[in-house]
Design a binder for this molecule. Structure first.
Ligand SMILES: Nc1ncnc2c1ncn2[C@@H]1O[C@H](COP(=O)(O)OP(=O)(O)OP(=O)(O)O)[C@@H](O)[C@H]1O
Length: 319
């Protein structure tokens, strides 16, 4: 059952390729491009994606890229910075949705807090399922806990008891500090920890999974670890709403674009990439995370790639 990681070989920039490939520049490498997507139906592990890159004006795009061929990479900032090539994208599906029949790549070891509560007919569990939709609001535990026994969980599932008896309340001042339980990040399950390690190794990773399976938790974990290594992580998403969810910025802001910029010729976009702030932002990026990548339009993605290369003074494709 455990076949959740698949490498997608790269076979040229203009033929078959995936839009999910992270990339690098020789001078200022983007060490890892971690890509998130909630659209599990669009991308499945084990598949290679046929993606026809639209011609981008007169830009000559190299057909071949040099891929790093490292089996293991030390987890250090210097190792990250040394990586001057790309690597195939690792595709990871954290979990299949329990509402669907288990797919061939479903991993039974991954806990799904959301699904466990969703399955339960217990109204309290249902409420917890709703409450689990937010992980930013403190939860208030009722003063008199319900006497019902805790919900039974599947083997290897985390203890979700604390989620079962919570009600979500707005953040407010309270006289009794005991009532407010500070939200701490959950301990990563093995699958999540493996995924974080893979990302930390400097590989280009695409990971996906159904709603609530723990993608954001993984994101927070590796962002924290990269920050501890002194690496700059930029988190971007195609829309403002998606960007807000992850405390990131839009692809537009990141590139210094307005919608009118796509009416401009590529030459003008490249010139813009040399603007003081844009250039610094793009060239300072060590790790780029693109959330909801399925919503990023192809041409937009290609142009982002081109201005990244321009700002970073590199001919190497970064995406
Ligand atoms: N290993 C874990 N153990 C216990 N709880 C977890 C674990 N991983 C995640 N959770 C909890 O499950 C809930 C959903 O996690 P998270 O927000 O990371 O999922 P998600 O896949 O990003 O969801 P969405 O697709 O809706 O953004 C959160 O409340 C989180 O704290």
């Amino acid at each position: 059952m455990r076949q959740s990681v698949t490498s997608i070989p790269d076979d040229g920039y203009q033929t078959a390729r995936t839009p999910l490939v992270g990339g690098f520049s020789r001078s200022r490498p983007v060490s890892t491009m971690a890509l998130r997507d909630t659209n599990i139906n669009a991308y499945q592990p084990g598949q290679s994606f046929e993606y026809q890159v639209p011609p981008v004006e007169t830009e000559q795009i190299p057909r071949k890229r040099q891929w790093m061929n490292e089996e293991t990479v030390p987890h250090s900032a210097s190792a990250h910075k040394r990586r001057a090539g790309g690597s195939p994208v690792e595709v990871i599906n954290l979990i299949d949705d329990d509402d669907d029949p288990p797919g061939p790549h479903a991993n039974p070891r991954v806990p799904s807090a959301l699904n466990a509560n969703r399955r339960s007919s217990d109204p309290k569990s249902q409420r917890a399922y709703e409450a689990l939709g937010s992980h930013t609001t403190p939860y208030e535990i009722p003063s008199s806990p319900s006497p019902e026994p805790p919900m039974t969980t599947e083997p290897n599932m985390p203890d979700l008891t604390k989620f079962v008896h919570v009600t979500r309340t707005p953040t407010k001042a309270t006289n009794s500090s005991d009532d407010i339980v500070p939200i701490t990040e959950p301990v990563l399950c093995q699958e999540q920890a493996d995924l974080v390690d893979l990302i930390m190794s400097g590989r280009n990773v695409f990971y996906t999974g159904s709603a609530g399976c723990g993608k954001s938790t993984v994101l927070k974990s590796f962002v924290k670890r990269f920050a501890e290594m002194g690496l700059r992580v930029n988190i971007i998403a195609p829309t403002g709403r998606a960007a807000l969810d992850i405390n990131g910025t839009t692809t537009w802001s990141y590139a210094g674009w307005t919608p009118d910029h796509h009416k401009k010729p590529l030459k003008a976009l490249k010139a813009g990439a040399h603007g003081k702030f844009v250039r610094q932002r793009l060239s300072d990026t060590h790790v780029l995370v693109i959330d909801e990548i399925s919503m990023v339009e192809n041409l937009h993605f290609e142009r982002l790639n081109i201005i990244m290369k321009e700002a970073r003074n590199s001919d190497l494709a970064y995406v």
